[in-house]
Design a protein around this ligand. Sequence first.
Ligand code: C2E
Ligand code: CA
Ligand code: CA
Length: 659
Amino acid sequence: MLEVSTILWISVVMQCLAVILALRLIPETGRALAWILISIAFLLMATRRALSLLQQEGYLQNSWLVAFSTEIVALIISIFIVVGVYMIRRIFEQQKNDASQLKKLSLAIEQNPGITIILDTEGKIEYVNPAFTRTTGHELEAVLGKGPDILKPEYTDELTLKRLWETIKAGGIWRGVVRNQTKDGGLSWERACISPVVSKNEEITHYVAVLEDITKEKEQTEAFEYMAMHDALTNLPNRTLFFNRLEQAISIAKREEKTLAVMLMDLDDFKEINDSLGHHVGDRVLREVGVRLGEVIRSGDTVARMGGDEFLVLLPFTNEQQCITFMNRIIQVLKKPFALESLSVEIGASIGLAIYPEDGDNADLLLQHADVAMYTAKNSAESYSRYKKSLGDGILNRLELASDFRAAIEDNQFLLHYQPMVNVKTGMADKVEVLIRWLHPERGLLYPDAFISLAEQTGYMCKTTTWVINNAFQQLSKWKKSGLDLDMSINISVVDLFDLGLPKLIKRNSQYFNIEPSRITLEITESVLMMYTQKSLDVLTTLRNIGVSISIDDFGTGYSSLQHLKELPVAELKIDKSFVMDMIKDENDAVIVRSTIDLAHNLGLSVVAEGIESQEIFDILEVLGCDYGQGFHIAKPMQAKQLVTWLESSSEFCKRRRA
Ligand code: C2E
Ligand code: CA
Ligand code: CA
């Protein structure tokens, strides 16, 4: 009896303990339940065994307790055991699944090409995947327990980092771009998504950072942005970037009540270099100019290439006096000769200056006014000029003027003036130089210096020259019919020298109007001729062969050597007016005039002096043996009708001269 009850109680106590343990220690409800079921089954088995022992011993009278020891109980036990075993099996399967799921996940993270970093709440690294090592060069072991400082986050701006930590510490997800440093010191860009890992009781346990290396993408975007903002030839900022910087500088100057300066610089005679020595030489000059300009600016100043041979300079916080010093320095550095092919060439420049706020209070206006000032400088003896309000009114805005060219040719807005050239020995005005003017519908009468270089730049030069030649021949023919036989000098531009159609144009006009080509002299400026090419030499030779004379205009301002003069089919030298005008005051000028006359005669060339503004000069030139003279003292350029009147009274001039 004792034995049975002991077994029973021990069994009951053991099973109860098992149930309690199962419930307390095994956290998962399913697992606990399975244990409970099996424990109950064991309890039932033990109870049944005890009851059956009691029954055998005859202690058990109670009928329901007898029934308990029967087969029904055995059945219930079996059911409990089956269900319990089934549940335990399910639990083991679940655990297996979980383990394989975990393995899959860890493999996925390991093999993910994106960088994964797991940080604890202190920001210390707990895990990095191999992509991290591949990108940053840091091994897992070396970074464990370290902070993200190892990636030098200081390359990302401070504000971004501050927002990042604020967001994730508050439980949010931060997305953005960070810049890190790799182990070998290189910089990389990463697109990052950093999120907190939150436990069941809503506490942040970790942070997971998933980073995608976008260095290549970023470098490409940066390269595109750079290209959009810089000039490919000189690597200088382009007009767009200059404009942006100018606008920024203006807003700072406005706030701080300071001044700033904008300069627009155009190289002199660059087109000639480009046309005669080729674009590769032109490109070298532009690059070298960019470098030299870069050497004279301070940090904070901007030099940009506007396009063509035009450069822009922005000097913040400056005044007129400092600008003048600066412009002189530019002129000086450009004066250092440029070694081009076998030539050594000095480059001149014309600079226009506009100062904020006096000359304009916005970027557009300042640039426009610097342009007007530059154009004024180009047309004066000075290398630079500051914008004055009066300039803007009369002097053109080149951009507007360019679009007017087409109308000028189509609507016959050009007209020709003629300036007599006097044979110094005979006193006869038997030759005229034809000079173009433009009667602009809004701007009034424009002189060639205001639009010829523009015609060259905008591609209208050849059409303009054709107009001049056609109309000049027509005028010669009219005079010829009225009994006036004159020779004529026509100015042509460097662009025309590359036009193989020019000799044909002269030939056609000469046949049509019945004017001998030998009555025509074409004037080409010396700066153009010093750098002739085979093509321009061919054009000149063809012209000479059909009987046209070639004259070197503005002689003394260029660089032609004796060799050039011998090689070229030239018939005449025309001494530049700057020497002639000042030859009384300036001994150097007098020497140049004298030696040019001698040189021309020694080479068998005729010589013309232009810019004769007084009788005294005319007389000296006569003594020196100059062949032809031209200048305001003799007559100013005038219209065809006035010329006839002047010629009729020109004996007046000759008489005065002889008196
Ligand atoms: P250029 O060929 O040297 O022409 C002489 C310029 O000097 C003319 O100016 C004339 O008015 C001016 N001049 C004449 N005598 C005197 C004088 O005694 N003193 C002073 N101070 N000036 C004098 P313009 O008509 O304004 O022409 C300027 C330049 O424009 C010309 O210089 C020439 O290079 C160019 N040009 C004129 N017409 C044409 C043309 O039809 N085609 C081309 N391509 N260029 C032209
Ligand atoms: Ca001329
Ligand atoms: Ca001239």
